[in-house]
Design a protein around this ligand. Structure first.
Ligand SMILES: [Zn+2]
Length: 324
């Protein structure tokens, strides 16, 4: 069983606690990856593998740097309401910036790169998420016209101009739109994989995935976030679904159901579970059950989100310490 934890910050006090957990790996936000932090982690945790979580299509920094990268929703919903800062996946500057970040990370002592927000933006981490439908920015629409080889403008209707365009695409080019969106995600993953290959190092390519089944939210996994597993399976080594049951208003048994569901991927996956009391209080017993459900076959193990929080909750910490 692969035992892992997410480290928000690399600090000695947290590493001290983490060192007692017998972890196989830690996931670390890429902005905290440096020669200094990686040696700090290895010094405290021994032979642990370090997986860098690289945020791709999200974040305030990217929006400040590239204001025209703001994702556009078909109903003009706000795509940059904190904490979600939705970034358009076709923006060339963003894509280059994120690939450079991966390149930088690969120069460090890491054993994995985990692509985070490797998808079109939406909120999903609550019981009733406000689902976005993106991206209908001018650049995306122009690229889509080129993709299908004909113009899509000039369609009338009762809604706003953008709503009419989105309706038209949905009615006449549903399949093409899904393929186009999936292509933006897949082509980035391919480029990330090429960088790993060029590094000459043995580095795993992981990806965080939205824990939706294929029919949830009107086929949202493809239609909304464009995580098309049929295309991603050949590229990704390990998928990491965020099985944050409390945040999503689910029973702890849901974690086991999702683990079973991912059997169909036929690919290694390392689910994340929450230690944080978000969406409600998680008792120590419930936390234990969530660990047990997360590691059911064919899951490769479990990653606790997140270690800073876990270490503050002594009973849950003790459960995870003894968990093997
Ligand atoms: Zn766009």
């Amino acid at each position: 069983m692969h035992k892992s934890g997410f480290l928000l910050n690399v600090e000695d006090s947290v590493l001290e606690g983490a060192s007692q957990l017998n972890l196989n790996s830690v996931l670390v936000s890429s902005e905290n990856i440096s020669p200094q932090t990686t040696s700090q982690i290895k010094e405290k945790l021994g032979q642990v593998e370090i997986y860098a979580s690289v945020i791709v299509f999200a974040g305030k920094d990217l929006l400040e740097k590239y204001p025209d990268a703001k994702a556009v929703d078909s109903n003009d919903k706000d795509t940059i309401s904190d904490p979600l800062i939705g970034i358009c996946p076709t923006h060339p500057g963003v894509r280059k910036n994120r690939l450079e970040e991966i390149k930088r990370v690969l120069e460090n002592d890491v054993q994995g790169v985990w692509l985070n927000h490797m998808r079109y933006p939406t909120s999903w981490e609550s019981a009733n998420p406000d689902i976005l439908d993106t991206c209908y920015c001018e650049r995306c629409l122009k690229m889509f016209e080129e993709y299908i080889g004909e113009p899509i403008a000039g369609v009338g209707g009762e809604g706003t101009a953008l709503q009419n365009i989105a309706l038209h695409i949905d009615g006449s080019y549903y399949h093409e739109w899904l393929e186009f969106k999936a292509g933006q995600v897949v082509s980035f993953v391919e480029e990330a994989k090429a960088l790993i290959a060029a590094s000459g190092k043995e580095i795993k390519l992981g990806m965080f995935i939205v824990p939706w089944k294929d029919k949830d939210y009107g086929a949202g996994i493809q239609r909304v976030v464009a995580q098309d597993f049929s295309k991603l399976i050949p590229l990704i080594d390990i998928f990491s679904p965020g099985l944050f049951h409390k945040m999503l208003g689910k029973d702890v048994s849901w974690i086991g159901e999702m683990v079973e569901y991912y059997w169909q991927l036929g690919k290694a996956f390392l689910p994340l579970i929450q230690s944080v009391n978000e969406g409600g209080e998680i008792s120590t017993e419930e936390f234990k059950q969530s660990l047990e459900n997360a590691i059911k076959s064919p899951s490769m193990g479990v990653c606790v989100y997140h270690l800073e929080d876990l270490i503050k909750q002594s009973q849950k910490y003790e459960v995870f310490r003894q968990f093997s």
